[in-house]
Design a protein around this ligand. Structure first.
Ligand code: MN
Ligand code: MN
Length: 493
């Protein structure tokens, strides 16, 4: 490392690797990341992530808010929305209407969903396949020749649910989309532009090739697959209509590099922020301001739907916290109340304006990843304003495309507060923009949080090969994100 002059030290922005500034924490970094990699194994879909988050939260004393009679400082609660969206909170000492400290991450990742009528037989090829409908922003050619596992849920004709998870254990089969061999791709495929190299309707997954012996059956291979599925899961073809089945890369996260300093895994955007904010809120005890970690899905398709950031779920959760903390505030008067007093009378101190105040006085970190500076495709980045792998959690003042279209540009005041907090706590952080101004762009949940009139800043680790079946993160950045969210929950920014 080049030593900086006194003048540089005084005036210029620091630009040091997190591995240098966090040298003393190296052991903690590696052990923390083991937990993160374990989490990723079971959190490959939003349902998987919710069930893992819930398991960890319950171990850390979070209770279902539905079962609470009142809430007092230090109490820990959660709410689950449709198995795909979850919120946790630790009640603070100050009234909730003074605002919460909120960290929001998303637990959906780009993948291949099965179509509602997915199964077909190709008689010419003698195989059965599933039709897929890709979800989120993918480069389609990434998904061919990659071993795939199937995760999800099927609701049968009689209403009974069946959970599906196949392809993760070594004794289970995986599935694959076979690409065209190079020997024959010269005319058909090689002349296409890269995004069309493999087209959406060409993402067909191989699922079987053995026919049934029954000579009266027309589609022998398709029926053979259905027979297997019926035996194993009790399902019929129509059941696919009421199902959510996701094909995701099979296998476990791996260390990357001789130094094992990086992690290669599917779905790190944005479960890297989900895990680190979960770890941070788990370690938060009786903060000044109520802390909340929210895990949403559908971010990759615009935060739509009742389990995405645009859903009223989080607002309801905050309303419930306001209501239940008001009950506890009024508990002193319980003795003076008669048996006939209804719960409604306990809630007289609750009002809609208190919920609105709670939201607008809140501070939020939109915990999502940024793109790490790519060593091979440097031209799309503006290096002074690109985040680098291993240089710490990224403060992204704004996202968006071109002239900041679609961005929630955080104010200088709010960025100033977060920057000061991170500097005071000696957290490795850097700044970043997603590529050159006119190169492309992207967005996060930040703008939907900002609709509540709260301060929001994008803050998460940088990722290489974002949205690829195997995304790359730096263990130093995973740890600095965890430290950043923990400092935020413990602060009064
Ligand atoms: Mn993301
Ligand atoms: Mn994404």
């Amino acid at each position: 490392m080049v030593k900086r002059s006194k003048l540089e030290e005084k005036l210029a922005m620091k630009n040091e690797s997190g591995w240098v500034t966090m040298k003393k924490k190296e052991k903690n970094i590696f052990s923390f990341c083991k937990g993160y990699m374990d989490f990723l194994c079971n959190a490959k879909t939003e349902r998987g992530a919710v069930s893992e988050i819930l398991k960890i939260a319950e171990k850390n004393n979070f209770k279902n808010i539905k079962n609470m009679k009142n809430l007092k400082p230090g109490m820990r609660v959660y709410a689950v929305n449709r198995e795909k969206n979850i919120a946790l909170a630790v009640v603070g000492k100050k009234p909730v209407e003074n605002g919460l400290n909120i960290v929001v991450s998303h637990i959906d990742s780009p993948r291949l969903d099965l179509k509602p009528n997915p199964l077909y037989e190709d008689k010419d090829a003698g195989v059965a396949l599933f039709k897929t409908h890709y979800y989120g922003g993918i480069k389609k050619y990434h998904w061919v020749n990659v071993p795939l596992a199937l995760h999800g849920k099927i609701i049968k004709r009689n209403g009974e649910p069946v959970d599906i998870k196949i392809g993760e254990n070594s004794d289970e089969p995986v599935f694959i989309i076979p690409d065209l061999l190079p020997h024959l791709s010269k005319n058909l495929q090689d002349k296409r532009k890269l995004p069309e190299g493999v087209k959406g309707e060409e993402l067909n997954i191989l699922v079987g090739s053995m026919p049934v012996k029954d000579k009266d059956v027309k589609e022998k291979i398709k029926i053979a697959v259905l027979e297997k599925l019926n035996k194993k899961y009790g399902i019929t073809e129509e059941d696919f209509v009421s199902a959510e089945l996701e094909a995701v890369p099979a296998g476990i996260p791996r260390d990357i590099g001789f130094d094992k300093s990086m992690i290669g895994a599917y779905g790190q955007d944005d479960r890297i922020c989900a895990y680190t904010s979960l770890a941070a809120i788990n370690e938060t005890e009786t903060p000044e301001k109520t802390g909340a970690a929210l895990f949403v899905e559908k971010e990759e398709i615009g935060s739509e739907g009742n389990t995405g950031m645009k859903s009223m779920f989080f607002e309801e959760f905050v309303s419930e916290i306001v209501r239940l903390t008001k009950l506890s505030n009024m508990e002193f008067s319980r003795k003076t109340l008669t048996e006939k007093t209804s719960v409604a009378e306990f809630t007289t101190d609750y009002s809609e304006i208190k919920v609105k105040n709670a939201l607008s006085n809140s501070k939020a970190l939109s915990a999502d990843v940024n793109s790490a500076f790519d060593p091979t495709f440097k031209e799309v980045f503006e290096s002074r304003n690109a985040s680098k792998l291993g240089f710490g959690v990224v403060l992204t003042k704004y996202t968006g495309a071109r002239g900041k279209a679609g961005a929630s540009d955080a104010s200088a005041e709010y960025v100033g507060k977060i920057r000061k907090l991170f500097n005071d706590k000696k957290i490795a952080w850097q700044t970043g923009e997603l590529g050159k101004v006119d190169e492309g762009g992207g967005g996060t949940v930040a703008k939907y949080l900002a609709e509540y009139n709260m301060d929001v800043l994008d803050c998460g680790p940088p990722i290489l090969a974002m949205h690829a079946p195997c995304e790359v993160s730096s263990k130093a950045d995973v740890y600095s994100a965890y430290e950043a969210y923990k400092a935020f929950f413990g602060s009064e920014v």
